[in-house]
Design a binder for this molecule. Structure first.
Ligand code: CMP
Length: 451
């Protein structure tokens, strides 16, 4: 991933230390979402262990806010390291929930005001907002480490259990379970009530006290939540099973295959990261579709029609094609082969023999000398390169490297030669350009390109 100019003291989101910290914060969040409802249900606020844990978790959450203010973030394929932008983005997104979950509420405990003391008990629930940090951490592992369908199922079960846990604790809190039982049995009965209510089975053996509006209202809330969750679970299972989004499923399958191979062969994490970035780009730029493969099945006439529409943008972008005859355009579009290069890839090496030339549809490349130290020029969208070796039948005159993700169209030598023979006017203009570039290279100056 490329980096946008930035400030010092900015943490890389993929640095091992940052990831380890995320895991720690997630563990603290997990303990909070499980523990706080129990503390409320069984009134454990006064327990010294609970109080100490509360302070420690508070400390972790506050430190996390400071870290988030200094952690770079990915934007497209760039890592934004500018402090101002990081700050603004964090303030706009996760800052508020993070702040609310990190309020040092333990400072309020033991206050002389009874009202505050009561409110304090329930304000603890604000900590639950930190549960979203789990998403951020899970997202990090999403693409590389586990299958997305498996993760989806695990997440669904997690949410289900979490909501059931919250409702069980709530039911205990409103006095839904008769007093006099041990905490384990009380919780078990409350959980049993929640599951039967949420799954809409509702045996009716544990019911709210009909004289207690709090319990009745809570039961209604649980039933409504249950219906929602029921829909959510059924919907999720259906979509996991039927894989509604077929192109995504196919794309994911391809990715899974590669990732499982990389895991099996213990390929280094740097390379895995590159593969990950590449797939991200493929997904974002073309939703995983590979034109060449898809169109290969079709007859030539239909392929031509599709290719003309598909490549209309590159034809419009390249000034060299301005005024080209329809037959030239037809010949060219049919032979363009889309290809992607990732930042830093060497597309052409000086001295090699040339087999293809490229048109830049998206991204930019730099033309370098043999030792890759001097940059002759940078070529952007709508330009082309690699034509000199094909035209003049010489080795490559320079090295070309991708500066960003590049969507290029390759034109192979055999098609190139055929097109030149069939379209002499086009051959003439590209020949002139190649001569000019070559002369400029020989003169050692950076030319201003005509296209
Ligand atoms: P080729 O020699 O086949 O491979 C390297 C390519 O870099 C070359 O074709 C040109 O397309 C391109 N190139 C070389 N020198 C320059 C230059 N000075 N300005 C722009 N493009 C260049």
């Amino acid at each position: 991933m490329s980096t946008l100019a930035g400030s010092p003291f900015v943490i890389d989101p993929d640095a091992p230390g940052r990831i380890a910290w995320n895991v720690l914060v997630s563990a603290a969040a997990f303990i909070s979402v499980i523990g706080i409802p129990l503390v409320l249900a069984f009134n454990l606020g006064g327990n010294p262990l609970v109080a100490a844990g509360d302070i420690l978790i508070n400390f972790i959450f506050v430190t996390d806010i400071i870290c988030c203010f200094h952690t770079a973030y990915a934007e497209g394929h760039y890592l934004v390291r500018d402090s101002g932008r990081i700050r603004r983005r964090y303030l706009r997104t996760w800052f508020l929930p993070d702040l609310l979950s990190a309020l040092p509420l333990f400072l309020l405990s033991g206050t002389a005001f009874v009202i505050l003391n009561r409110a304090f008990r329930f304000l603890r629930l604000l900590r639950l907002l930190k549960v979203f940090v789990l998403f951020r951490t899970i997202n990090h592992f999403r693409r590389t480490k586990v299958s997305s369908n498996l993760l989806r199922m695990v997440l669904m079960v997690f949410w289900l259990l979490l909501i059931a846990h919250l409702l069980s604790c709530g039911f205990i809190l409103v006095g839904g379970i008769a007093a006099g039982l041990g905490p384990g049995m009380t919780y078990l009965l409350a959980f049993y009530w929640t599951v039967t209510t949420m799954s809409t089975v509702g045996y009716g053996d544990i019911t709210p006290d009909k004289t207690n509006p709090g319990q009745i209202l809570f039961t209604i809330l649980a039933q409504i939540t249950g219906v929602g969750m029921y829909g959510f679970v059924i919907g999720n299972i259906a979509s996991v099973l039927s894989n509604i989004d077929i192109s995504k499923t196919l794309f994911m399958e391809r990715m899974e295959k590669i990732y499982s191979f990389l895991r099996y062969r213990r390929i280094s994490s740097g390379v895995v990261k590159r593969v990950d970035n590449y797939y991200n780009y493929l997904w974002e730029s073309r939703r995983g579709h590979e034109e060449a493969g898809i169109l290969a099945d079709l007859p030539q006439s239909i392929r031509l029609q599709i290719a003309q529409e598909l490549h209309a943008d590159i034809i419009a972008k390249v000034p060299l094609f301005a005024g080209a005859t329809p037959s030239l355009i037809r010949d060219i579009v049919l032979h363009l082969e889309p290809t992607v290069f990732t930042p830093g890839d060497f597309i052409i090496q000086q001295g090699d023999m040339g087999e293809e030339m490229y048109f830049i549809n998206r991204g930019s490349v730099e033309v370098l000398n043999a030792d890759e130290k001097a940059v002759y020029t940078t070529l952007n969208e709508g330009t082309f390169f690699g034509e000199i070796a094909l035209l003049l039948k010489t080795p490559r005159t320079a090295t070309v490297r991708a500066r960003s993700y590049c969507d290029l169209y390759a034109l192979w030598k055999s098609s190139f030669d055929r097109i030149l023979t069939r379209h002499p006017v086009f051959a003439q203009s590209i020949q002139e350009l190649a001569e000019k570039r070559k002369a400029e290279l020989a003169a050692g100056k950076s030319p201003v390109l005509p296209c």
